[in-house]
Every structure is written in C-alpha cells, then in structure tokens.
Design a protein around this ligand. Structure first.
Ligand code: ADP
Ligand code: MG
Length: 673
C-alpha cells in the first residue's frame, strides 16, 4: 500500500533524501504534505486597478526592456508593459545566465506582489507566462505552496505531486462512508486532488476542511476511548479515614511554611478524589516553583496513613534523589522512612527493595518511572504519583488497572496549559491548576539583551561566582555546524572555561553524553562542585538548586516561549534575588514577552497566539497522533462536530468494526480503539 517516492519519474536518491527531510518517504506521505498556502493566480487585475501590497496576476504587452548590472554576479532586467490603459514596470533579477527573453510587443501574464508608489506600479521577480495564440491554462490556476527544504523548490514539488496524482492516484478511503455523507465531507481522492491543485478556492477550503475534520475526529475518538476507560474504573480505593486526616492536619501545621491559597485549593480537590471509591485520575498543572512536591507528599501520606503503599516517580535519577531527600526530611517526625529505588542500586539492593515493595515493608517508595514495570510487584499499592510528565502513559495506566484495586493516579506538570485546551486534551483527567507562587518568593528579573552586553555579563558572572553563587549557561546546539551560525555549548564551554572563566569550576552537559555522565554532572552542580554549568536544554525541569541565581540563554531567538520560561524556572528557587539573561543578535518579540511576563499561564496564552498549540503541547506526548493541518485553537467548531461524529462511531461500534480495526492498525503505537 505504501509506494516509495522513488517510484516517481525523476526521483532518485538525492530527491528522496530531500523529501525525507520533510518527512516524506512514500507517495501517501507526499499526499499528506499539506500545502502551507496557495498562490491564486486566477485573480487578474487591470494595471490601473492594482493596489499596493496585493499579490495578483496582470497581463500586458512588452513595450521595452533594458538590462542593468547590479554587481558582478547579478543583473536586473527592467521591462515596461502596458495594457491599453496604463503602464507598469516588471523587474526580473538574474545571475550570469538565465536572462528571460521577452519579445517586444508580445503579450505576457505576470503573477506577483505589487508595489505601488508615486512612480507607479511595479512587480519584482513575478511568475511569468507567455501568450502563444492561447494561454497556458495551468498558469491561471490555484497553485499549492509547500513547506520546502534546501534544494527543493516549489516547482519541483508541484511537478512531483502532479505526477503522483497521475501515476498513483489515491485509491482508498480512511473515513467511514456514513460519516462522509452525514457531515458533507469530500471523499479522500477528491479532497487530495483539490488540496494540492484546487479547481477553485471553495474546493480548496472544502478539502482542507475534510482533512482537519479527519485529524480532529481521530483525536476525539482516542480521547473518548481514554475517557471511557476512566469512567469504567470503579474498583478504586476510598482512603477516607478520620485518623489519617487528623495526622495530615498535624503534618500541615508542622511545615516550615503556610500552604498557599492555591495549594490549599488543589489539596482539597485531591483529598476529595481520594475519599471517593472511584479511582482518581488527576493532573496538577503548576508553574515552576509553585510548590507541587508538598502536594505529592500530602497525597502519599493520606494513602500511607490509610494503610496503603504510595509511589512517587520522577523522570530522572537526580530528580528522584532530590524528592527522596526533601520527602525524607518532611516525613521524619512521623517515623516514616521512604525507599529510594533507582537504576544505580546494586543487584542485591534492588532485590531487597523489590522484596520490601512486595511484602509491604516499603510504604512510601520514591524513584524513577522504572517503578511501574512488570517486574515491580506491589503488595498493596494505593496511589501512583508522577512528576514532570504530561501524561502518565496509557500503558502504565493499564498496568495499574490490572491490580485488584485500581490505585489513584496523580500526574504533575510544570508546563502551563491554557485551561480551555487542557480540558479538551486531558478530557480523561481531572485538571487542577496551581496559579499562586509561595509568598516571599522574589520574582526573577529577566533581561533581553543584544551581544554588545556580553562582556559586562561575563564580568558579572565572575563576580557572582566569587560570592559562591552558581550560574547556568544554555545553548541551542551541541556542536558547531556549518549550516547555522548558532553558538554551540561545546565550543563556548571550551573557549570560556579556558578563557574568562579559567579560575571558575565549569561543567558541560548535553544530550549526547551517556545518562550516567549526565547524572554525575548534574550531581556535581547540585553539590556546588560546578559553579558554571554549560548546557543544552537537557538541564532538567524540576531540578532544585537554590544557590543557582543566574540563567543565561544564548541565541535566545531560537527558543520558544514555553522553553524560555521553563529554562528561567531553573533559577529563583531560593530566597536570593535571581536573574535570567536572554542573549540574541537582535532582541525578538518572544524574548520581549518573556522579559515582561513572569506568569507561565499568561505566557502560554501568548504562545498559543504566536504559534498555535501544536508545538507547545508536544501533542505526541499524549499518545495521540500529531496534527498536520488542524489547529486546536482555530478549529474549535470542527473539533466539536468531529466530537459528535466520534461519539456516534463509539456508540455504534458493531457497525464500524472494520473502520476501528483499520484505525488500530494505522496507529499501532497510539490509543487502541
Ligand atoms: P515545583 O512546583 O516547581 O515542583 P517545589 O515543590 O519544588 O516546586 O517547591 C519549590 C520550593 O518552594 C521548595 O523549596 C519548597 O519547599 C518551597 N515551597 C513550597 N510550598 C511553599 C509555601 N507554601 N511557602 C513557601 N515555600 C514553599
Ligand atoms: Mg517539581
């Protein structure tokens, strides 16, 4: 079914490699290379009616031409054209070769962007077509505009898609016929043809609608399925226990700080879920530093005091150890000693730990996500909590559901998500948002700077290091490469650690290092043995190094808002004033927004407006298929309709068995329907 692109005429290894960069290896994938936009060359204007800035077609007779040299490589051909009523100028730049040969008196069509000023109308480098007793009808059509990669031009791609449509036309349907009819959607073959080469603007829109619908329909099907699993779980545990609650109240009163209003509210929500017999499935979204860990501890205590085991998982060993240290301290007065289970245990230690988990000697277990594995058998697990992971994997949840009683699940994330979207994306979860930061926390001061300030910042770093403080320096790439002028962490580390920072202990951290190397660098930084950490974005979310007071991000223009905010969240975790410095050749919009906005939720709303939700969410993390054409933010109406269609399918499963099988095969790694 999946024909490789090399099947097409003229597509050999070079073209195939270029296409692969766009994620296109098969003809089906070529079909799903959705145009970014269209060139509508069917709109033809008289010269006298041209408006400044519009992109249209004009037709005219060539009056005169002349060539001017711009420099050694470049010349410009200026052409005066007229259409009975008015004149305009067309400029075509060309290199050593390739001068366009116009015939004086010949009739031509030009498609391009119009400039109009006191000297009249003009167009630069338009698409050109000559009249030979008849027009090339193709010229006056709507042409697709594709995302490109180096070496591939629009024309090459257009030819390839046209060729594919001719020699391997789309042959199968991916949506149930009944749904197509009910919602007036185009058939897949018609929609694909019109998506790439639309008959008219209306057909282009209808085609886009069909594919948006399909994506959102798939999303809704999977979400409904997840939700379905959720409501079926009734063999949960009620942790309601007056004795436990009074101990928890005592614990809260013994904390060195008062819970924020936000923490109190969210704890109320968690606690109420835990009292119910239905298994809890709750997501806590709280900005960096909002104090999620203590909520996890409260939930663990509630389970443990009621006689169950609690497990608290982090994505890395360093984070797990960090939680272990802070939780151990908090639980000491209650005589509860947590167990730490990580990959660095010896075989013997691991055996003992697994034994303790099985026979319930271990009540409170902290470790990496490896704690939800088939080889870890719990005696009596009551709650599983995971930190800094958007979504507790569907598989892991299924694993938990196999227990006699389904444990509660609490997922915590520091990625702020606009609430409306969270409700859709996390339809299977209850969502709590933690919006307040603990009192007395000094807001991080952020500066978006150009490189002229670099030396001053370096001096400042030296001074901070002299005062015993620590600093992060973050870079977009690991190594230098010819294609981009970006600063690399390796080069900067080598240069600066031997140069201006020669007397300061520097460390290097990036994704190509082994995980044990990374862990050991992170540990040295935590222990203060490294003062300046040069890193890529691998520097972990959630790491708590209160002594780190400055985050420097170079080539900050390369990072998204969410990323900048997450990076900034690495500092400002103690009582000392912290700073974030964003460097770029030129300060960008995103950098300015980050400078002005401290609140993660507000930033996430702005990010949505700037970029659309696709990137922000990393939709893939949800176990759901990614979007190529739909936009959750803009296509909310389609989302609703697609939801109705999805519900209809799931309510009439027997009728749509074939379709559901097809979907499960199409998305083997995603939610199975
Ligand atoms: P995050 O939500 O980023 O995981 P943490 O739970 O690590 O945040 O909390 C960050 C810091 O704030 C910790 O040092 C924690 O002890 C402290 N903290 C948490 N809650 C409060 C509070 N209500 N008042 C003061 N400090 C708090
Ligand atoms: Mg945390």
């Amino acid at each position: 079914m999946s024909v490789p692109v090399t099947f097409l005429k003229g597509v050999k290894s070079v073209r195939a490699a270029q296409l692969a960069k766009l994620g296109v290896c098969t003809i089906d994938e070529l079909y799903e290379l959705f145009p970014r936009s269209y060139e509508d060359r069917s709109i033809v204007r008289k010269i006298s009616q041209l408006q400044d800035g519009e992109t249209v077609t004009v037709c005219g007779y060539v009056q005169q031409t002349d060539v001017k040299k711009v420099n050694r490589q470049l010349s410009v051909l200026n052409v005066k054209i007229s259409d009975e009523q008015a004149n305009m100028r067309i400029s075509v730049f060309f290199g050593k070769y390739g001068e366009y040969q116009f015939k004086i008196g010949g009739l031509y069509a030009f498609y391009g962007k119009v400039t109009k000023n006191q000297y009249g109308a003009s167009m630069t480098n338009p698409v050109i077509s000559e009249y030979h007793g008849e027009w090339d009808s193709n010229f006056f059509s709507i042409q697709p505009v594709y995302p490109l990669t180096k070496g591939l031009t629009q024309n090459v791609l257009r030819k390839m898609v046209a060729e594919a449509l001719k020699v391997a036309p789309p042959s199968y349907e991916t949506m149930p016929k009944e749904i197509l009819e009910k919602y007036g959607l185009l058939r897949r073959d018609t929609a694909l043809k019109n998506l790439h080469f639309p008959q008219n603007a209306e057909m282009a829109e209808k085609s886009r609608y069909r594919f948006k619908f399909e994506e959102l329909f798939t999303l809704q099907l999977m979400l409904l399925k997840l939700k379905d699993v959720k409501t079926k779980i009734t063999n949960g545990i009620s942790f309601k226990n007056a004795d436990a609650d009074s101990k928890i109240a005592q614990f809260i009163s013994m904390l060195p700080f008062e819970l924020t209003e936000g923490q109190k509210k969210v704890w109320g929500e968690i606690s109420a879920n835990m009292d119910e017999k239905k298994a809890m499935n709750r997501l806590v979204i709280g900005d960096v530093g909002s104090g999620k860990t203590v909520l996890a501890v409260l939930a663990m205590l509630k389970a443990v005091f009621a006689g169950y085991q609690a497990v608290f998982m982090a994505p890395t060993e360093v984070l797990a150890e960090q939680h272990y240290e802070s939780v151990s301290k908090m639980l000491e007065p209650f005589g509860i000693k947590p167990y730490l289970v990580t990959g660095s245990l010896t075989a013997k230690e691991k055996r003992e730990a697994l034994q303790a988990i099985k026979n319930e000697d271990a009540k409170c277990i902290i470790g990496t996500h490896a704690l939800i594995q088939p080889d870890v058998i719990y005696g009596n697990l009551g709650i599983a909590i995971t930190d800094e992971q958007h979504r507790f994997g569907v598989r892991q949840r299924a694993m938990l559901a196999q227990q006699e009683h389904t444990p509660d699940v609490l997922v915590m994330t520091a990625t702020p998500i606009p609430r409306t979207l969270a409700l859709i994306l996390y339809a299977d979860l209850d969502v709590s948002t933690l919006r307040t930061l603990p009192n007395g926390r000094l807001p991080i001061k952020t500066y978006a700077l150009e490189y002229s300030m670099y030396d001053r910042i370096c001096k400042w770093i030296i001074r901070l290091a002299g005062e015993g403080r620590q600093v992060y320096m973050v870079y977009p790439v690991i190594e230098e490469n010819e294609e981009t002028p970006l600063k690399s962490v390796t080069e900067r580390y080598n240069t600066l650690s031997k140069g201006v920072f020669a007397n300061i202990k520097c460390g290097l951290l990036h994704g190509k290092m082994s995980s044990s190397q990374k862990e050991s660098v992170m540990r040295e930084f935590k222990d203060g043995k490294i003062q300046i950490l040069f890193s890529t974005t691998v520097v972990e979310v959630g790491v708590d190094v209160p002594n780190a007071v400055l985050m420097v991000v170079e080539n900050a223009e390369r990072f998204g808002l969410a990323q900048l905010h997450q990076l900034r969240g690495r500092v400002g975790r103690g009582k000392i004033q912290s700073y974030c410095v964003l460097f770029s050749e030129k300060v960008t919009e995103r950098m300015k927004i980050t400078e002005e906005t401290a609140d993660g939720f507000e930033l996430s709303e702005q990010d949505l407006v700037l970029r659309g939700p696709g990137d922000f969410f990393g939709v893939e993390q949800h176990g759901l298929p990614p979007f190529k054409i739909a936009n959750l933010y803009q296509d909310t109406e389609i989302l609703k309709t697609a939801g109705d269609a999805a519900r209809y399918i799931l309510e009439n499963k027997e009728k749509f068995g074939g379709f559901l099988d097809f979907m499960n095969k199409k998305y083997p790694d995603r939610v199975q329907l």
